[in-house]
Design a protein around this ligand. Structure first.
Ligand code: ZN
Ligand code: ZN
Length: 127
């Protein structure tokens, strides 16, 4: 039983690490089903939560969209296209100094921040 659970989790993690964008739980489920046909949706959802709690994956909380998952473990910024809904990773260093600025101004302890840019991606501009 434990072995099976591990195998399922490994398969889910594998799918996420290889995913090019930021898949939804349903997309992950469809992919994982190809290697483990009898896996249930509930199992996939449960394992995603476990992986998130383990810090292996991140859950993207983007306003106004269904929850998406992230296989990358380093913090990075995102761009969301308001036309096609695609989410892109940005090649922009994370501005750690903003954490310190906010901590100084508020007296709060800041562990990280997320940034989401919005606009229209290149291919939607050319439509
Ligand atoms: Zn677009
Ligand atoms: Zn990302």
């Amino acid at each position: 039983m434990i072995q099976r659970a591990t195998r399922q989790r490994e398969a889910i993690l594998q799918v996420l690490r290889c995913a090019e964008s930021h898949p939804t739980a349903d997309w992950i489920y469809e992919k994982v089903k190809k290697s483990i046909p009898n896996i249930s949706k509930g199992t996939v959802y449960r394992n995603l939560k476990v992986l998130k709690d383990m810090g292996e994956i991140a859950e993207l909380n983007l306003s106004g969209t269904v929850c998406r998952y992230e296989g990358r473990q380093d913090n990075h910024y995102h761009f969301r296209c308001t036309e096609c809904g695609q989410i892109f990773d940005l090649d922009e260093p994370v501005h750690k100094e903003m954490d310190e600025t906010i901590a100084r101004k508020t007296g709060f302890t800041v562990s990280s921040h997320q940034l989401e840019f919005r606009g229209i991606c290149k291919s939607c501009q050319h439509k």
